[in-house]
Ligand binder design. Structure first.
Ligand SMILES: [Zn+2]
Length: 121
């Protein structure tokens, strides 16, 4: 197999092309935030507030971001003006993890293939 020979990189190898695309995509995910982001609607408890009726559109919206920090789960309130940004960045983290998993699977397959080829002699 030509695999592994420096001058023999096959640019048409779809697996390597995919890995290249995944690796390049990592840079675009650099602003990622770990953790999870949730939007919660609730009553504030004031009897005269419009939310007291319990209609969904009258409830107060809370944005919460939970993240492991030094092994402890911490939850932060996120102001509405930062909510979309935080949600988007948490989404970037998921994509980063998916890309890392896919790169790992490609490398695993290639490594095992090489091992098998060497064991055949
Ligand atoms: Zn209220």
């Amino acid at each position: 197999m030509a695999d592994g020979h420096p001058g023999n990189a096959l640019p048409s190898d779809p697996e390597l092309e995919l890995r290249g695309r995944l690796v390049r995509s990592l840079g675009t995910l650099r602003e990622m935030l770990p953790g999870s982001f949730v939007e919660r609607r609730r009553k504030c408890g004031k009897p005269n507030c419009r939310c007291a009726q319990g209609k969904a559109e009258d409830l107060h919206v809370q944005f919460l971001w939970s993240v492991l920090q030094q092994g402890k789960l911490k939850t932060f309130h996120i102001p509405a003006r930062l909510a979309e940004q935080a949600r988007g960045r948490v989404e970037l983290h998921k994509r980063l993890q998916q890309a890392a998993t896919a790169i790992g699977q490609i490398n695993l397959r290639r490594f095992l293939q090489r091992k098998q080829d060497q064991e055949r002699g």
